[in-house]
Design a protein around this ligand. Structure first.
Ligand code: NAD
Length: 386
């Protein structure tokens, strides 16, 4: 195994090509110490605003802020509330006004220091303020390092559903310092494991098998395992983004489990009751179960996928969601009707042929999805009473 210092000295670099945009994703432990250098090397001597949340601020903000201040590059820091509720119109409006209030100029740069929530809302603000300023992503959760900081999707939630208002705004640089993950609560590590597993499930069976065998090292924050998990995920996602930046085809595959998951998340009110990754974990299990019911895969594949998610401690059934209230199938299908991928009123689902091979389907009617969910929820309730 490489020593942590050897890994830090040579960060992995993945180059992302998204339409006319090209940028580096730097991956390794300890990169934050040189973040200001990396930003200056790639984005010039721009003035920077930092956006972060309350949890990240007291753990990881001070060194970055100090470095930028020392170089006279800091225009201000906006600390927003932690959690999914920050992906909202009121929080977006306040953030845009704060960035303008700091005097951030058109040539300036916004640094999103945080998880997927910070990346998504800050990316959206960066795409709007002064008709667009540059963005650097410094993802601090496993989920945001393996997935959300790459590819330029920004967004907020509305009462109608998840991520329904947003833009594509590619970052100029992504700095994934894997050492920052060591302060993450285990529940958040699990949520990141889901998105990494998803990348394996849709296109890289070998990576899924690696995660099955090595997730304990990832959860123990082993430097080499973390770098590998992030690098393989980022390379996989970068490939998809290069081929389909604006999600008209292949990129839709990365929504495996998300149509079901987003409906559950909306039903749960985007609360701590059900984190994004947890909702996607249940959604992935449902997508595999539906694929099995349609005769596309054997039950053994469903069991294998479910076993990994359960092994790391994720919920795999609606019954696993805490609290007494549970959603019914009709409610979930109604919420799914707002999904961004609905075309001519038809749901777009990501289904599986095997591990590592997923495909986009518009052939399953909303009625068939409702019938599937009705069966699945009744099965769960039945099993709970055995
Ligand atoms: P998050 O940003 O809410 O972070 C999870 C929690 O961890 C928060 O409480 C946060 O304050 C805390 N935290 C962050 N970094 C920490 C650290 N280093 N140490 C301790 N605590 C830390 O959630 P997330 O799971 O990172 O991201 C989920 C969001 O990402 C969802 O809104 C989802 O829709 C979005 N997403 C976007 C894309 C995309 O392509 N844009 C892809 C996948 C998911």
């Amino acid at each position: 195994m490489n020593s942590p210092s050897a890994i830090a000295a040579r960060p992995a670099i993945v180059n992302v090509h998204a339409g006319v945009h090209t940028y580096d994703v730097l991956i390794g432990p300890g990169l934050m110490a040189q973040a200001a250098d990396h930003i200056e090397a790639r984005a010039g001597s721009a003035k920077c605003a930092i956006v972060t949340d309350t949890n990240v601020a007291h753990r990881h903000l001070a060194p970055l802020e100090a470095e930028l201040k020392a170089r006279n590059r800091h225009v201000g820091t906006k600390i927003v509330a932690a959690g999914e509720a920050t992906k909202s119109f009121p929080a977006l409006a306040e953030l845009c006004e704060s960035l303008l209030g700091m005097g951030l100029e058109r040539g300036g740069l916004v640094i999103a220091l945080g998880g997927g929530v910070i990346g998504d809302v800050t990316g959206l603000a960066a795409s709007l303020v002064r008709r667009g300023v540059r963005l650097v992503q410094i993802p601090t959760t496993l989920l945001s390092q393996v997935d959300s900081s790459i590819g330029g999707k920004t967004g907020i939630n509305t009462p109608q559903g998840k991520n329904l208002v947003g833009t594509f705004h590619q970052p100029s640089l992504v700095i994934a310092d894997t050492a920052l993950l060591k302060t993450l609560p285990v529940r958040e590590v699990r949520s990141g494991d889901v998105e990494a597993a998803k990348l394996g499930l849709v296109g890289d069976a070998e990576f899924f098998a690696w995660l099955e065998n090595n997730w304990r090292s990832v959860f123990a924050f082993d430097d080499e395992a973390l770098v590998r998990a992030v690098e393989v995920s980022v390379r996989g996602k970068a490939g998809v983004v290069a081929r389909d930046e604006t999600e008209t085809g292949e990129r839709m595959l990365l929504n495996l489990g998300h149509t079901f998951g987003h409906a559950l998340e909306a039903w749960a009110g985007y609360s701590q009751r059900l984190l994004h990754g947890e909702a996607v974990a249940i959604g992935i299990c449902q997508a595999y179960q539906l694929s099995r019911d349609l005769g596309l895969i054997d039950d053994a594949v469903v069991q294998r996928v479910t076993a990994h998610l359960a092994a790391v401690g994720l919920p795999t059934r609606v019954a696993d969601i805490s609290g007494d209230s549970k959603p019914d199938a009709a409610t979930l299908v109604k919420i799914m009707g707002q999904d961004k991928k609905v075309r001519d009123g038809r749901l777009t689902l990501i289904l599986a042929r095997e591990i590592g091979t997923a495909f986009v389907s518009r052939d399953v009617t909303a009625e068939a999805v409702q019938a599937f969910l009705t069966r699945s929820l009744a099965d769960e309730a039945g099993r709970a009473h055995i």
